[in-house]
Design a binder for this molecule. Structure first.
Ligand SMILES: [Ca+2]
Length: 173
């Protein structure tokens, strides 16, 4: 009987310690896990695409260089080079970028690019098209659902109104 108050105090003390621990964990989002996330994303892409090659800390190319993913540090519309069409994670050409070479192999063969293959589905918020081809962007895989927007050659948009919905695209002459 006389140990009961002590037991209660101990229990209460443990509960407070647990709460304090949880609070500290939530309040400290360390930068290290963010780096791991980029590598984890790259690992996922490498696992899913046998032809994918990691070309740098934050870059992956696929399909013999036709597709380049830049998982960080590709901010600004100028990051989308000549002949490429590009999607960015954020408005104002920020965050991660995925780009394709507008090539006959890709665009005249009328292939569909599924952004799910690159971990980029429902993420694109701005885009640029520096290729000689048009591109249609779709709501679902395999050009399914609504056509969200069409990119004319030499055009770009800093904040797409249908942001975070794009899941597939195709390019054509
Ligand atoms: Ca979608």
């Amino acid at each position: 009987m006389r140990y009961t108050p002590t037991a209660l105090l101990t229990t209460a003390g443990t509960a407070l310690a647990l709460l304090a621990g949880a609070g500290a964990a939530n309040a400290a989002p360390a930068p290290a896990p963010a780096q791991a996330t980029v590598q984890q994303q790259i690992d996922g892409i490498l696992a899913k695409n046998p032809d994918a090659v990691q070309t740098g800390k934050t870059t992956v190319t696929l399909e013999k260089g036709a597709v380049t993913l830049r998982m960080a540090g590709a901010t600004g519309v100028d990051a989308c080079g000549a002949g490429l069409f590009c999607l960015w994670e954020h408005a104002d050409y920020g965050g991660q970028m995925v780009s394709w070479k507008g090539s006959p192999v890709l665009c005249k063969a009328n292939r569909t690019i599924n952004l799910t293959d690159y971990g980029f589905s429902d993420r694109a918020s701005s885009w640029a098209n520096n290729s000689d081809y048009l591109a249609d962007v779709w709501e679902h895989e395999d050009r399914g659902g609504r056509r969200l927007w069409t990119e004319l050659p030499g055009t770009y948009l800093r904040e797409n109104p249908d942001g975070d919905e794009a899941t597939s695209l195709n390019c054509y002459a």
